[in-house]
Structure formats: C-alpha cells, structure tokens
Design a protein around this ligand. Sequence first.
Ligand code: HEM
Length: 203
Amino acid sequence: MSAPLQPPFRYDPLSIALHWAVALLILVLFLLGWYMVDLPKGSAERSYFFSLHKSVGLTVASLVVVRIAWRARQPEPVPVAGLAQWQRRLAAMTHRLLYVFMIVQPLTGYLSASFSGYPTGFWGVPLPQWADKDPVVNEIFTGVHVLSSKVLLALIVLHTCGALSHLWSRHENVLRRMLPGPGGQQSETGTGYGNAAPVRAPD
Ligand code: HEM
C-alpha cells in the first residue's frame, strides 16, 4: 500500500499574503527610487518622494523580518516531484539570496539616510537622529544601496523567470503553491499536481 501524501502541499495564507505584499511594495520602491533620484535637489517634490520611499522601504523591512520569523516556524511545503536537482538547488539558492538582499537593501537605505543630514521618518513619525551628517559615509552607503538594488533586481528577474518557466514545463503547481485559492492541494479526482506529483512521505 502506498504511503499517504505528506502535507502541507502549499504555503500557508500568511506566507502567501506576505510574499505578494512584499513583492508589490518592492516593485513600488524600485519605481519610486528611480523616479525620485532625478528630481531637482531641494525641491518639495524630491523631499516628498524621498520620505515616501523611506516609509515604504521601512515597511518592507518590517514585513521581511516577520516573514523570516514566520518561515522559521512553518514547515516547508512538500517539494514538487519531477523537478531536476539543479532546478531545486538554483531555486533554494535564489530564495536564500533574496532574503539576504531584502535585508541588505533597506538596511543600507536606512544607513545612507541616517548619515545624509536629513531626518528619517516612518509614515510621518520622526525616527531618532542617531548619526551626524557625514557625506563620505553617506556616499558609501548610497553606493552599496544602488549596487544592492541591481543585485536584488537580477535576483527578482531570475526568480520570476524560474517561477514562470514551470508553466511551460507543466509543473504549474509550483506556482499554485504560492497563489491564494485551492490549487496545489490534493483534489478528489487525483493529486491535482498534473505531471508533477508531490513527493510521497517516506515509508
Ligand atoms: C527593499 C527595500 C528598498 C528598495 C528595493 C529600494 C530601492 C531603491 C532604488 C532602486 C533606488 C534608486 C537607486 C539608483 O539611483 O539607481 C533607491 C534610492 C534610495 N533609497 Fe532605497 N530602496 C529600499 C529601501 C530603502 C530604505 C528603507 C531607505 C531609507 C530609510 C531608502 C533610502 C533611499 C535613499 C535615500 C535613496 C537615494 C540615494 C541617493 O541619494 O541617490 N531605501 N532605493
């Protein structure tokens, strides 16, 4: 007799909500970041968009911390069978690096802002000004923030292409595991996994 299928087959609702909230906000941050740096220095518009970028960025940082803490407590969904070893390894490495850069990115932004001489606020609430203006340190952290944004963007492109490639290879349940709704679970008429059956529990 075959062993029962091992749950869980998909990510839990909080993980799914955090994944899509963070993804959307990071997209907003890229658009804000690219737009605001070209605005005239000293203008009210630049100041408004910098403040908005900082608040959204700190919100993302908080959500990423919640996400990491939650992920450490939750069992990972059962790996989808039919994926090559290199696909699993590449996905796992990309996920780890995404977590690293989702921390490095807001952290360097906050450090850059802290040494800029301008106040940093969180949705209108001023944060403690713990560093004095230092143009050299500010420039170092700004440089790392810009460089890290390029690495983060490359990782996001790799992650998105990897996720979408499963549609072509008919491993669509890899995607469904991170979407709200019933996909990625056992169905009454079968596994619901197409040609990518979930791994069975060890005997
Ligand atoms: C995941 C979170 C974040 C992302 C994806 C992000 C992304 C970006 C991008 C794409 C730029 C434009 C870089 C360029 O010139 O090409 C930028 C600039 C900037 N970001 Fe962020 N950012 C994040 C978080 C933060 C946070 C939390 C802060 C501060 C509290 C911050 C402060 C800044 C500042 C001050 C600049 C302008 C740097 C300059 O003077 O050129 N960022 N960010």
